[in-house]
Design a protein around this ligand. Structure first.
Ligand code: PMP
Length: 353
């Protein structure tokens, strides 16, 4: 607390990002980053942009990037909004579409940034408990509310719901915006993008951080009908018109263009996920079926916190959430095959006693 703080800053409850320790060379499986480097096409574009042009502001509308993505996903560029990572897009969306009076609904085990935004913007929210098997109770979202947000697939559980189920939620909530956070959709989920033309209340949010190996470049985007996109643009231009710098704009264009690299790396991650899930299953772990680049696992006898600490001693970082219902689970990002073999070997050793 400081006497200089505004009431606002004194009242916020900030998000705590996953740790990024530098004391050793860790196998880093704790923040769902992609183990593979960005495409060389992306790196070359960034290098080629790191020149005198940096003295000038970037294009505030990211026209070329929007055109490239519009072309890629078959939408109009007016149906696309870009932000500095999808976290920023989500923050803007909370401001643009949710009001304080009626609660926004989101799952009780989900991305921990949602309650942070709700508190920051003084938006009331109601938590919808996941079912016992960690799937989303779709019908619970049919009640009166002031908007809805959920990740699909969900984080940190990795479970997903079908596009048909999302359509039911949209159908029952036509007066409010439904945000589907698809940060992990490229690892086997199905995008709700196909519903955009039919549902003016749908906003789909995606990111380049996971499936395009660009967590460090900070590029996220939203897809929706023009009136929603204009709402986001109004918020953005009330805060900072240049949320994407020249390097990010240039790199992101090439990330979309290098489709072959995108397909190859995400398929590799999916294959590794399935292999590691099988191995852990054989070791007696409960492995929640995942459509993401992470798995959510629990051991029958070794407590998750103990496993987390022992893995850290072995220089392997995973994510442990000290939170009701999931405090005996670990979230493990899918690394390269070599990294995951190290992880499996350490787990074998620790769980054997
Ligand atoms: N949504 C979910 C569900 C996430 O797990 C993350 C990553 N932590 C994000 C959004 C934000 O990703 P980024 O800001 O890197 O695009």
């Amino acid at each position: 607390m400081s006497k200089y703080w505004s009431k606002l800053v004194a009242s916020v409850e900030p998000y705590v990002p996953g740790e990024q320790p530098k004391d050793r060379n860790y196998v880093k499986l704790n923040t769902n980053e992609n183990p593979y480097p960005p495409s060389t096409q992306v790196l070359e574009a960034i290098k080629a942009t790191a020149n005198e042009s940096l003295k000038l502001y970037p294009d505030p509308n990211g026209e070329e990037l929007k055109r490239t993505l519009a072309n890629y996903c078959g939408l109009k560029k007016e149906q696309i909004f870009f932000g500095n990572g999808s976290d920023e897009v989500l923050a803007f969306a909370f401001m643009a579409f949710f009001d304080p009076e009626v609660p926004v609904l989101f799952p009780d085990i989900t991305y921990s940034f949602y309650p942070v935004y709700a508190n920051l913007f003084k938006i009331d929210y109601e938590l919808i408990p996941l079912k016992d098997d960690f799937t989303l109770p779709v019908e619970q979202f049919f009640k009166p509310n002031g908007g809805i947000i959920f990740p699909n697939p969900n984080a940190p559980t990795g479970e997903y719901i079908t596009v048909e189920a999302i359509e039911e939620i949209l159908h029952h909530n036509q007066d409010h915006v439904v945000i589907v956070d698809e940060a992990y959709v490229d690892f086997g989920g199905e995008s709700a993008q196909s519903l955009i033309d039919q549902y003016p209340n749908l906003l789909v949010v995606q990111t380049f951080s996971k499936s395009r190996s660009l967590a460090g470049l900070r590029v996220g985007f939203a897809l929706g009908q023009e009136e929603l996109i204009q709402g986001l643009e109004r918020i953005k231009n009330s805060i900072n018109s240049y949320t994407l710098d020249r390097l990010a704009l240039a790199g992101a264009v090439e990330a979309i263009k290098d489709e072959a690299y995108f397909q190859a790396t995400r398929n590799k991650i999916i294959r590794t996920r399935e292999r590691v899930s099988d191995e852990l299953g054989k070791m007696g772990f409960k492995v929640i079926p995942s459509k993401t680049n992470f798995i959510f696992i629990s051991h029958p006898t070794v407590k998750a916190e103990e496993l987390f600490l022992k893995l850290k001693e072995e220089a392997i970082l995973v994510r442990y959430f000290k939170q009701p219902r999931i405090d005996n689970y670990l979230r493990v990002s899918i690394g390269s095959d070599i990294e995951m073999d190290r992880f499996l070997e350490a787990v074998r050793k620790i769980t054997a006693g």
